[in-house]
Design a protein around this ligand. Structure first.
Ligand SMILES: *Cc1c(COP(=O)(O)O)cnc(C)c1O
Length: 630
């Protein structure tokens, strides 16, 4: 095994990397092209450096086109195979839920790659429907409209049928039926209808609230019956073609999928026997993504593959429909996460490190405080047997010094000396622990003294789920992976918010509160990559501290091991984020210039300084919101 193999083991790249990622002999994290497995892998650091020379700097969101194409095909092919294997008698017609990644280039690619599969789009709001209707889908593809709908939403959905779209209005509640009846009468166009059912089965995982009786969307059985009766009454029952249910995202356990699908099938058969002419069974999203690669029913992992998911679903529906003597319905799912998660990588550079230990032994000076001398003396009895005692002593002496400083009995420079000695003792204690077979509790306590690596990104803008719901993504240095990491760090972002940090990492031996990293090189960048950020992260992000959208680059992987830059999108400038919070950058410029002019007329600055000041303000307004290296 090469040394690089050893380092990728630390970060478990082989486990979560799904054959998309690897480590080169030169110690760089590389991408494999799933559409061309014989092509040489491409280094991410190389991509970042080369496009950096073109002015597209970090923080940067890299979109890997072959990854997206591969995942769209995988889902559709998995269903096709399952249908063939089970002998299922109807096709699969999936839809991509726009909310999971609304970026136009992503949606365009999904529509293009999905066309041969009759893949459609799901819209959960008016703006998403407006977006969906701007795409030319295949003749049989669906547009599924979920969410709460007003008259305008319903009107556009119904009218779109005249242009040839199969736009399904999924009724969320009995009140919506009345809107639909009214609008379709007024337009004289029949709607294509679906009905969203609240299943009683509750799933596990982060989104368990989206399932069961108390979930916010869909109808209970009593409401369902009322809706069916109302549609009968108004002679619109023949428009009700689709039954929908959605359990929530990232279902960890495949058996939950099976149970919920069975329940959905019971409703489907029951509605059919009431004379509802259903043809489509929509089982929503929820197909999970294995962020940790652990293959288990846990929050950031799942215990099944896409193939297994598709097989379970197709088998369960086939069995239930055969039992009930009902024709196999066209299968619809609304998987978002699993289709786009792997296609984006967030890359940022580390700006600096704060260390909580001091490698160099201090020399005790004559006028050092006696507590500082006591601290240094700990090194004389430090060893595996007395390591806990040494730690207790060190902390005690250090805390005493701090107390004396607060009361005015020691000077600031005396305290600084003591803190330095303390950090050296800490480093030595860590070294002793590393040699011990069973370092115990103390080791965990000292984990909290990991370095802080200050990183050029905003957690709130680029990894909102890491902040909001403890979502974990693999994070790995993009270079130096042929060298053993010599430090451990937590990552702190560039916002002034103590929540802006990452302190949970996916490693080979489980989840760790610190990330193994290398001492920062004297020259050049130290890049970190955050993987699988294609789903949900881009538009959920916010403008905390007014850090805006990052730069985006979309690349293709070439068969010769190179890459093509397909598209670049500059991140927000300061003037753009100012407008989001309703500042007019031009007005601000004028206001600043006026203050400069006042200073000139007061004589506090020279006339010649005017241009320097005004230019600096203007340049900032037009610049990137993130840290820029000169
Ligand atoms: C969010 C959502 C989805 C997407 O779920 P994933 O878990 O990302 O596949 C699908 N359908 C509905 C109704 C949703 O609200």
């Amino acid at each position: 095994m090469t040394q690089s193999g050893t380092q990728s083991d630390v970060y478990a790249v082989d486990r979560w990397g799904k054959n998309l990622f690897g480590v080169s002999d030169g110690g760089e994290l590389v991408l494999n092209n799933p559409l061309n497995p014989t092509a040489p892998p491409v280094s991410v650091a190389k991509i970042v450096n080369e496009i950096g020379e073109q002015g597209i700097t970090t923080p940067l969101l890299l979109r890997i086109r072959p990854f997206l194409i591969n995942d769209i095909c995988q889902l559709n092919e998995s269903f096709r195979r399952a249908i063939e294997r089970v002998g299922y008698k109807a096709p699969y017609r999936g839809v991509f839920p726009i909310k999971v990644n609304q970026q136009s280039r992503v949606i365009r690619q999904i529509v293009k790659t999905g066309r041969p599969y009759d893949y459609g789009l799901e819209a959960g709001s008016k703006p998403e429907l407006v977006i969906a209707l701007a795409h030319r889908l295949s003749k049989d593809a669906l547009i599924i409209c979920n969410g709460i709908k007003d008259t305008e939403f319903v009107r556009l959905a119904i009218l779109s049928r005249r242009v040839g779209f199969n736009t399904v209005i999924v009724l969320e509640n009995p009140a919506e039926v009345e809107t639909v009846i009214e609008v379709s009468r007024e337009l004289g166009i029949e709607p294509l209808l679906g009905v969203r059912i609240k299943l009683s089965h509750r799933i596990g995982g982060k989104w368990s609230e989206s399932s069961g009786d108390r979930s916010s969307f869909g109808m209970n059985v009593e409401q369902l019956v009322r809706v069916v009766d109302r549609l009968k009454e108004t002679e619109l029952l023949h428009c009700l073609k689709l039954q929908h249910s959605h359990l929530g995202s990232q279902i960890p356990d495949v058996n939950d999928v099976r149970r919920a699908t069975s329940e959905a099938c019971r409703f489907f058969a029951a509605l059919k026997s009431e004379g509802v002419p259903l043809t489509h069974l929509d089982l929503g999203g929820g197909l999970g993504f294995d962020y940790t690669g652990e293959k288990r029913a846990a929050e950031n992992s799942i215990n099944y593959t896409t193939d297994e998911y598709c097989s379970n679903l197709v088998e369960t529906v086939a069995y239930a429909m055969d039992e009930a003597g009902v024709d196999h319905p066209i299968l619809v799912t609304e998987s978002g996460r699993s289709v786009v998660a792997s296609s984006s990588i967030l890359v940022f550079d580390v700006l600096g490190a704060t260390r909580y230990d001091e490698p160099n032994p201090p020399e005790i000076e004559e006028n050092d405080h006696h507590l500082t001398v006591d601290l240094a003396a700990i090194l004389g009895y430090l060893g595996p047997e007395r390591v806990q005692e040494c730690w207790n002593d060190a902390t005690f002496y250090r805390d005493e010094m701090r107390a004396l400083f607060r009361r005015g009995f020691v000077e600031m420079r005396q305290l600084a000396r003591a803190e330095r000695v303390y950090l050296h003792v800490t480093a030595r204690i860590k070294a002793v622990l590393q040699q011990m077979e069973d370092p115990g509790e103390l080791n965990q306590e000292l984990e909290r003294l990991a370095d802080v690596y200050h990183c050029n990104f905003s957690l709130f803008q680029s990894l909102p789920d890491a902040w909001a719901i403890d979502q974990m993504h693999p994070i790995v240095p993009l270079q130096m992976l042929d060298q053993a990491p010599d430090r451990r760090a937590v990552l702190s972002d560039i916002t002034c918010d103590s929540d802006g940090k990452v302190d949970q990492f996916i490693l080979a031996d489980g989840v760790s509160p610190s990330l193994p990293v290398h001492s920062l090189p004297d020259e050049g960048h130290y890049y970190l990559g955050v993987f699988f950020v294609g789903a949900y992260q881009e538009t959920l992000g916010d403008l905390h501290n007014l850090f805006g959208d990052t730069n985006i680059a979309e690349v293709d992987l070439r068969s010769d091991g190179g890459f093509d830059l397909l598209h670049e999108q500059e991140g927000d400038t300061i003037s753009e984020v100012m407008s989001y919070v309703e500042y007019d950058p031009q007005d601000c410029m004028v206001a600043f210039r006026k203050m400069v002019d006042v200073a000139i007329s007061n004589g506090t600055i020279a006339r010649s300084e005017r241009k320097i000041l005004v230019d600096a303000y203007r340049e900032s307004i037009n610049g990137y919101t993130y840290y820029e290296r000169n």
